[in-house]
Design a protein around this ligand. Structure first.
Ligand code: ADP
Ligand code: MG
Length: 563
């Protein structure tokens, strides 16, 4: 491909096989691809949104209503479409909810931009207008927000329930919301909520209502030998990340044994090795061993004799949670262990939960902030979606407790911001004003979609909502999807953390601006692996930068991520 002319000679800068699209053509391809992603998740938005069934290449089925999950599970090729998927991820990382909203808004912003481009408005002007509008929108949202107190459990429960609507049935939602709120309040520390302290463990069982909050760590493992006691009080816990077995002999090693005595001495030697390990464990005072690797039967027998309770093949995640909860250190060399490495818990127990099913409970941990929400549900598919719902509930409640600010939901903020942004646009003037107006009308896509998905007439609903917002005390009116009319969402208990909404505006605007500014797409036919890796690293850097919202964060695209 000839890219430049130098003294009549073409200069080749791209490898053979590369394809390139530029200008309006590149822009409209990108916008189309991004809009297609938004279109794909649109039908899941709101309390009456539909679910999607995703089937992966190995046949695993996921049934979900969660935008971030859908976009993570499907294989998306187009680079601009991938940037929209990043929006969902950023939204999820920063606010824990609002992923579908952010993606749908990004798609709508690009659709409106495309209309402006058709009217000969330059993409950079649109980009500037969108940035101005996003800043103003966040300011309006901030003014709409009301305070929430972390002791107000009833309100926190409403926040949790709003995040779960559409994912779980109402009655179950209440119960799960209570678990989430109690968990968040318990782990809150100096105004910060680290929800990674709350483990969510799933076990198929009698039904959702049997779910519970356990003060401690629960995981799905059994003790290494039936000969061990089922429970240990006052547990002194050793966490080991090495196999408790005789050093394995490599497959290609052979041992020649010529006389029976040699065989005996060989076995004795093995025994001695194991006994040394047991002695080391007993010596440091441990009465419980959680082992990330295997424990061989002979070893388990020795542990039984010493009265030590042991569990093998504990997952790495659980080991880390156990270390944090019990205050123990994960050791990799038995020779070096001391009593100081041990963790502590009031009770370690293999407890029956239903029928023959048992789970391992570690309760009364040294760190009281370690909690587990134990989810029970009819099938794995059901529990998996419950887990996502509980995750959203934990995150939004945590965010609300951290920030202490909430706004009404159900499309109320989008209508209110849209109205005020239109008024603000008049003060902007010039062509940029058209972009600010486009931003304002793009926001309508949220209430419109909530209405559509509930089988309501979107135009009627938008008109009714707008006119209610023009009146006194109308700013919190959103859509009651069951009755098909505007209702005060605060009174109805449909509330969301302010951060979810401000982050929606930021991430959707940033992605739209980023895509608008691209006017040249160079897709390589044959980059080397190093070149691809370098391009991806630099794209990731620029995305991380975008997430931090640093200066110029919405500027051009650094690198060629995902080409
Ligand atoms: P997201 O992935 O963006 O969170 P959801 O499918 O969870 O998408 O839908 C969120 C939208 O649904 C928000 O605008 C929220 O305010 C609204 N919503 C949630 N519960 C209700 C309800 N009971 N009535 C009306 N709107 C609701
Ligand atoms: Mg949601």
């Amino acid at each position: 491909m000839a890219n430049q002319q130098a003294g009549g000679q073409p200069v080749y800068i791209l490898k053979e096989g590369s394809t390139r699209s530029r200008g309006r053509e590149a822009q409209s391809y990108n916008i189309m691809a991004a809009m297609a992603v938004a279109e794909a998740v649109r039908s899941t938005l709101g309390p009456k949104g539909m679910d999607k069934m995703l089937v992966d290449p190995t046949g695993n089925v996921t049934v979900t209503n969660d935008g971030a999950t859908i976009l993570r599970e499907v294989d998306i090729e187009h680079p601009a479409a991938k940037m929209i998927c990043e929006v969902a991820k950023t939204q999820d990382d920063e606010a824990g909810d609002g992923t579908t909203t952010a993606v749908v808004l990004a798609g709508e912003l690009l659709k409106k931009a495309s209309e402006l481009i058709d009217q000969e408005i330059h993409p950079t002007v649109i980009a500037t207008g969108y940035r101005t509008a996003a800043e103003k929108a966040k300011e309006i949202l901030g003014n709409m927000a009301i305070s929430v107190n972390k002791t107000d459990k009833a309100q926190l429960r409403e926040i949790a329930m709003t995040a779960m609507t559409g994912k779980v049935a109402e009655g179950t939602g209440k119960m799960l919301a209570d678990l989430a709120v109690d968990a968040v309040i318990a782990v809150e520390e100096n105004g910060k909520v680290d929800v990674s302290n709350v483990k969510v463990e799933k076990k198929v069982g009698p039904g959702i209502m049997a779910s519970e909050l356990v003060k401690g760590i629960v995981f799905d493992k059994k003790r290494a030998s039936e000969g061990m006691p089922k429970s240990v009080r006052n547990a002194k816990i050793l966490l080991v990340n090495l196999p408790l077995e005789v050093r394995k002999i490599g497959a290609d090693t052979s041992i020649k044994i010529r006389k029976p005595e040699q065989m005996k001495s060989f076995l004795d030697q093995e025994n001695e090795q194991l006994q040394k390990k047991v002695a080391a464990i007993a010596g440091c005072g441990a009465n419980v061993v959680f082992c990330q690797k295997g424990i061989e039967d002979l070893m388990a027998n020795y542990l039984v004799k010493e009265g030590i309770f042991a569990v093998k093949s504990v997952s790495e995640t659980d080991m880390n949670k156990l270390a944090k909860a019990t205050g123990g250190r994960i050791v990799t060399k038995l020779e070096e262990i001391t009593a100081a490495d041990l963790g502590a818990a009031a009770l370690v127990e293999e407890r029956r939960v239903t029928g023959e099913d048992t789970l391992m409970f570690v309760e009364g941990c040294k760190n009281p902030k370690a909690l587990t929400i134990l989810l029970r549900g009819g099938t794995y598919t059901v529990i998996d979606e419950l887990e996502r719902a509980v995750h959203d509930a934990l995150r939004v409640t945590g965010v609300a407790v951290e920030d202490g600010k909430i706004v009404a939901g159900g499309g109320a903020p989008e209508i209110e911001v849209g109205l005020r942004l239109r008024a603000f646009a008049a003060t902007v003037g010039g062509r940029e004003q058209m972009a600010v107006e486009a931003f304002a009308s793009a926001l309508d896509v949220i209430p419109r979609t909530i209405a559509e998905n509930a089988g309501l007439d979107p135009i009627d609903m938008l008109v009714a909502l707008r006119s209610r917002h023009e009146k006194k005390d109308g700013k919190n009116f959103g859509l009651n999807v069951y009755e098909g009319k505007p209702v005060d969402m605060l009174k109805q208990g449909v509330i969301e953390p302010l951060r979810v909404k401000t982050q929606v505006v930021s991430s959707a605007a940033e992605a739209a601006v980023m895509i608008l500014r691209i006017d040249d797409v160079i897709a390589s036919g044959g980059f080397s692996e190093q070149e691809i890796a370098a391009a991806q690293a630099s794209a990731q850097q620029s995305l991380a930068h975008m997430r931090r919202g640093g200066p110029g964060a919405m500027g051009g695209m650094g690198g060629m991520g995902g080409f």
